[in-house]
Design a protein around this ligand. Structure first.
Ligand SMILES: Cc1cc2nc3c(=O)[nH]c(=O)nc-3n(C[C@H](O)[C@H](O)[C@H](O)COP(=O)(O)OP(=O)(O)OC[C@H]3O[C@@H](n4cnc5c(N)ncnc54)[C@H](O)[C@@H]3O)c2cc1C
Length: 488
């Protein structure tokens, strides 16, 4: 190792930290990464048990172009590391009296829309064409900007679309579609941004293009394969990775970060970067060096937390796809109980993922791997009794909607909720997906990539720019590495 290289220490090993570590190593820094847990990957770790494989966090591989760009920046392609398959159908949505199947092409999706509402495919084509233009603008002109100035959002293309930043996606969808099932289908993609559709700018319809236009993909072996790929790339580039290494303090001398304390040892550095939750990272600093007060965090709209269940079934299940949404209750009511009046949902919507439907490697032969997710408000009371109560609620609905009995086919069940998010990731209020992308929490209005108080301290990840989700986390790592290179 060249000892003249500037030394960077990185806190955390989620997508954003791993991404930043690769870019920084490529730029010639001496990079060491410190992760509190015993494996890398952060919220995207994997659980394996008795031949079943579960992705603990992300399961939807959307925006394949962003992953391609990431690996291409290092002269690689995704196929050097994992096999990617386009899912067909992409997913299924269960309503109380019908099921909508989202196919793997616009033609199939248009056919399904026509079945639900005659004439709707014409509107859909127009809606998706507009969403595609927004996608091109978002990717080429907005999301790869560091969020340093409002001017980053001002381009010739955004100026002529300024109304789309002040109208909501709900309004945009309702202008074109009347059928409540089609409305829910089109409002679903922006849930990845962590806010309610009626609090998310219409411009974010680019997520609808990501959904219907680019499709839903699956890396064989699960989303954790991307983490394995990035870890291996980082190591190839010379990054040193330390697990079981919780950072207890960021050391600051005369306004400059000089290192970190890990397992009672001082590690010196020229620059410090944290991909751990932003709020937690600030608690590693003496209070004078924190940029944001507790009040600031309390005022922010956080993306939901989640109650998750990882379930091994001893048989193949019927009438399911790889991804399944259960929208058979009122979305508005559930959203109110997440954002406006935080409480355990009265009648929760939920998501069920069975990767073993398309990928045999995810479960033993003739068994099914099941992951269930209920979005909930961050910070809710979390007890074993509540978890059990909600498992019973969704399992009952799952059986009714899919027309089968599975409760006697459960080999094991493991849950994960608010307390685990806090304990395992130091997550603020146990949030699952960071901070929502509402209009007032977009770009330069999000917590910054660079500390305003300490010149050589940086942040990355889903609480900063550009926002929640795996593709944005990859981008966040790239953006911060560029700022750090300039700062050098
Ligand atoms: C249940 C769930 C489902 C999701 N579904 C999807 C999906 O389908 N598609 C999608 O694109 N996105 C999805 N997401 C969002 C996506 O997973 C995240 O946006 C992304 O993984 C965040 O990466 P990150 O690097 O910002 O943070 P993290 O993954 O949280 O990484 C931060 C790391 O810092 C570590 N850390 C914290 N404190 C310390 C410390 N003091 N010292 C050392 N290390 C520390 C943590 O242990 C963690 O490993 C989902 C998230 C969850 C939770």
């Amino acid at each position: 190792m060249n000892s003249n290289k500037k030394k960077v220490v990185i806190i955390g090993s989620g997508f954003s930290s791993l991404s930043a570590s690769c870019y920084l190593a490529k730029k010639g820094f001496n990079v060491s990464l410190f992760e509190k847990n015993d494996t890398v990957g952060g919220r995207a770790r994997q659980l394996t048990k008795d031949g079943f494989t579960f992705d603990i966090g992300p399961s939807w591989y959307w925006m394949p172009d962003i992953f391609d760009r990431f690996f291409a920046d290092f002269g690689k392609q995704t196929s050097d590391y994992y096999q990617l398959d386009k899912l067909s159908p992409a997913y299924k949505i269960f309503f109380d009296d019908d099921i909508i199947t989202i196919g793997d092409s616009m033609d199939k999706i248009c056919e399904e829309f026509e079945r639900i509402e005659k004439g709707s495919s014409r509107h859909l084509k127009k809606f998706i064409a507009k969403a595609q233009r927004n996608y091109d603008i978002a990717i080429n002109e907005i999301v790869y900007r560091p969020g340093l100035s409002p001017l980053e959002l001002v381009t010739k293309d955004t100026i002529i679309r300024v109304d789309q930043f002040f109208k909501t996606i709900s309004q945009e969808v309702r202008k074109n579609f009347k059928n409540p099932k089609l409305i829910s289908t089109l409002e679903f993609p922006v849930l990845f941004l962590g806010a309610k559709p009626n609090n998310t700018p219409a411009f974010y319809s680019f997520m609808n293009f990501a959904d219907f236009g680019l499709g839903t993909w699956h890396p064989k072996g699960g989303m954790y394969q991307i983490i394995i790929a990035m870890k291996s790339l980082a190591q190839e580039l010379g990054v040193t990775i330390h697990t079981d290494s919780a950072v207890d303090k960021i050391i600051v001398n005369e306004g400059k970060a000089t290192g970190i304390i890990v397992n009672s040892e001082t590690i010196e550095a020229d620059m410090v970067l944290s991909g751990a939750d932003y709020h937690h990272t600030e608690t590693l600093l003496d209070s004078t060096y924190r940029q944001y007060s507790e009040k600031y965090w309390q005022r922010k709209t956080f993306a939901p937390s989640s109650l998750l269940f990882f379930v091994g079934f001893d048989k193949k299940l019927d009438n399911i796809e790889h991804h399944n949404l259960f929208f058979d209750t009122d979305f508005g009511e559930h959203a109110t109980e997440i954002y406006d009046n935080p409480k355990w949902p009265s009648r929760p919507l939920f998501y069920a993922n069975f990767p073993s439907v398309t990928d045999k490697s995810m479960a033993p032969n003739k068994n099914e791997t099941g992951f269930f997710l209920i979005p909930i408000a961050p910070g809710l009371e979390d007890t074993p009794e509540l978890r059990d109560q909600y498992f019973d609620i969704i399992l009952k609905r799952f059986q009714e909607r899919t027309g089968q009995t599975v409760e006697n086919n459960i080999i094991f069940k493991k849950s994960f909720c608010v307390n685990d998010f806090k304990e395992q990731y130091n997550s603020y209020k146990g949030n699952a997906y960071g901070m929502a992308n509402t209009l007032s929490q977009t770009a330069f209005m999000r917590p910054g990539l660079k500390s305003k108080k300490i010149n050589n301290l940086f942040f990355t990840g889903q609480l900063t720019v550009p926002g929640p989700g795996v593709p944005p986390s990859l981008i966040s790592g790239k953006l911060v590495s560029e700022l750090m290179e300039k700062n050098n």
